[in-house]
Design a protein around this ligand. Structure first.
Ligand SMILES: [Zn+2]
Ligand SMILES: [Zn+2]
Length: 188
């Protein structure tokens, strides 16, 4: 069922808050300074396109990516556990480029970072995804219409037809403020 929230555009406090990974970037820098001073990593990539994946490390780009939904819905402990897992991959790749993904060298890096060398993690991703909406901002009255499915156009409560080029992807964490995960293109 479609759900519509009327949020006035001139009240910016009602706009979904963008995600911010600076705290996690600072944590990575602090851990690398201790455990792998020769390794510098670029800022985290936060991706709203990573749907089932919580985190990844790209050896090619030397970059850690985290799913936007992890930052919006996950607890700080859940975020840290994924972040440190990917950081362990980055450290292993730096030390032993040929080492297997979750082998002995990985276990050693995890031990240094104080985490379990898990391979999989059980987080309620499916539940998180049910709390995502596509957001359409009305150009006339400023209201934000939320839809469960991506559609090309919506009819605002004010009567205006809203058909933007991109919709916002918005997280509605239970009991917390809406977060802007990113934007998605709408086929015209
Ligand atoms: Zn892994
Ligand atoms: Zn409107």
């Amino acid at each position: 069922m479609a759900k519509q929230l009327a949020l006035p555009i001139d009240d910016s406090s009602n706009a979904p808050t963008p995600l911010d990974a600076t705290v996690l970037d600072a944590e990575i820098a602090a851990l690398l300074a201790i455990h792998e001073p020769g390794l510098k990593l670029p800022p985290l990539r936060v991706s709203s396109r990573m749907r089932r994946t919580l985190g990844s490390y790209s050896p090619h780009r030397r970059r850690i990516a985290l799913g936007a939904h992890l930052l919006a819905f996950g607890t700080i402990d859940q975020q840290r556990s994924i972040l440190l897992h990917e950081l362990a991959h980055a450290m292993v790749h730096h030390r032993h480029p040929k080492a297997s993904a979750h082998g002995r060298e990985f276990s050693e890096a995890c031990r240094q970072l104080g985490i379990e060398p898990f391979r999989t993690v059980d987080l309620p991703v499916r539940e998180w995804l049910t709390n995502e909406r596509y957001g359409y901002r009305c150009g006339r009255c400023g209201a934000l219409s939320l839809r469960k499915r991506r559609v090309r156009a919506v009819r605002c409560e004010c009567g205006e037809k809203v058909s933007p080029e991109r919709a916002g992807l918005i997280a509605l964490p239970p009991g917390s403020e809406p977060r802007l995960l990113g934007t998605v293109a709408l086929r015209r």
